[in-house]
Write a protein that binds this ligand. Structure first.
Ligand code: AMP
Ligand code: MG
Length: 412
């Protein structure tokens, strides 16, 4: 058995980045950008007003106050989207809206709140400093500047930046196609008749959803019976995918043929059995030049090993720089015990409590128990060398999602 770190290191070493494709900006959310984006213009393009108010010459309004306002002649009202033709002269003001380019001659904007409009004149109650409420050309982005680095996840803010650079098409990493094959004589598929000693194949759908959650494309290969010929035939269908996944059939049972079949197809088994619970029998091979994961069949074991080993691999392939779930420290509410040797990933519910996090386990941790997975938003990491955790201890928790329930004392 090898450690989680060794297994992950070995897997990631074998992952190459996938190719690129061009997509419309409207389809780019959640993708990873495959090009460095350089600015093609200044943002803002010109000095402009940050406020609704009056563009003035600071010298004209020296000493202006509520009691002793400066009075200026309004020569124009300038909305955003228009350039003033005038050059401001002493004694004049231009009424200006947020975003309108600064008129020539003006060197400050006085907020409307500090003024009073009197027909053709404006009373100014406050002396501005030079440059007040002026957004300078290029102060956000300078023409030619690197604004988004290759490998960045495209979030709504990147979409906004791309749009302001007039980029309607952007180069992104492709979505890997990830084939998934369930194995087991006991399995029937969704909507098939279920009788006798059969159970429904749920792993295909849970793991398929995990693949989708990574932004990759699941290819469902269905179910293979625990017979070498059928396993081989079905596995061949997925051998041109970017990543191949099987569930079940990698343990030490009489009908666990996956490893042999992979070898028979020319695959190279790189690791089998990791010091982890759930998920010990995880196998990793190179098959047809592709990474291939043999996930254990127990539903939670397959999901947890996916989280820990497959997700980072898919994200790396997709060009992501941030491939790991966040790890936080939380105060645990339960006592936990285990033997040494394996690292346990314990389904748990974690909640922000104002100045930190609290965590509690979500029930029975059997690797077939989906209910405790449903309740979990994190996995407590119980290290292989430790045997006891006491209520009140700080423990490491890997977050499976990042949102917390609203609480008055832990809100914004
Ligand atoms: P295995 O790893 O093949 O020995 O399977 C371990 C356990 O997981 C057995 O109880 C299987 O019935 C169950 N199992 C295997 N594959 C699936 C699947 N696709 N969906 C639900 N349960 C499964
Ligand atoms: Mg099986």
């Amino acid at each position: 058995m090898i450690s989680v770190e060794e297994a992950l290191g070995l897997i990631l070493e074998n992952i190459r980045e996938i190719g690129f494709e061009k997509v419309d900006i409207k389809e780019a959310l959640g993708r990873v950008i495959a090009e460095d984006v350089y600015a093609r213009r200044n943002i803002p393009p010109w000095d402009n007003s940050a406020m609704d108010g009056y563009a003035v010459i600071v010298n004209d309004v020296e000493g202006a106050s509520k009691e002793n306002p400066a009075v200026l002649k309004i020569i124009e009202s300038l909305p955003a989207g228009y350039i003033s033709e005038s050059k401001l002269k002493s004694g004049e003001a231009i009424k200006i809206m947020t975003g309108a380019p600064m008129p020539n001659g003006a060197d400050a904007v006085v907020m409307a709140e500090y003024t009073e409009n009197d027909g053709g004149k404006v009373r100014i109650f406050k002396r501005p400093e030079k440059g007040d409420h002026i957004r300078k050309a290029g102060e956000d982005v300078k023409d030619g500047q690197l604004v988004i680095k290759k490998g960045q996840l495209i979030r709504p803010s990147e979409i906004g930046m791309l749009a302001s650079m007039a980029r309607s098409i952007v180069s992104v990493y492709q979505r890997p196609r990830v084939a998934i094959l369930a194995t087991g004589d006991e399995l029937v598929d969704l909507d098939e008749e279920i009788c006798g000693a059969k159970i429904i194949n749920s792993n295909t759908y849970a793991v398929g959803a995990q693949i989708q959650e990574c932004g990759a494309l699941p290819i469902l290969l269905g179910i293979a019976r625990d017979r070498q010929d059928e396993l081989e035939e079905k596995l061949r269908l997925g051998m041109n995918a970017d990543i191949i996944i099987t569930s079940g059939g990698v343990s030490v049972g009489d009908y666990d043929h996956v490893k042999d079949v992979v070898k028979g197809l020319g695959g190279d088994l790189r690791l089998w059995k990791v010091a982890i619970k759930p998920g010990k029998p995880l196998a990793f091979s190179i098959l047809n030049g592709r990474p291939m994961f043999g996930l254990p069949g127990n539903p939670v074991a397959s999901m947890v090993t996916f989280e820990i080993f497959v997700r980072p691999a898919i994200l790396k392939m997709m060009g992501h720089k941030k491939i790991f779930r966040p790890i936080i420290y939380a105060t645990i509410k339960d006592d936990l015990k285990k033997k040494e040797n394996r690292r346990h990933f314990i389904r748990a519910s974690v909640q922000s409590d104002g100045d930190g996090y609290v965590v509690e386990t979500t029930g029975d941790q059997g690797s077939h128990m989906m209910t405790s997975m449903i309740k979990a938003n994190g996995l407590i990491i119980f290290h292989e060398n430790d045997t006891a955790i006491k209520a009140g201890d700080k423990v490491k928790v890997m977050l499976l999602d990042r949102s917390f329930e609203y609480r008055k004392d832990a809100g914004y």
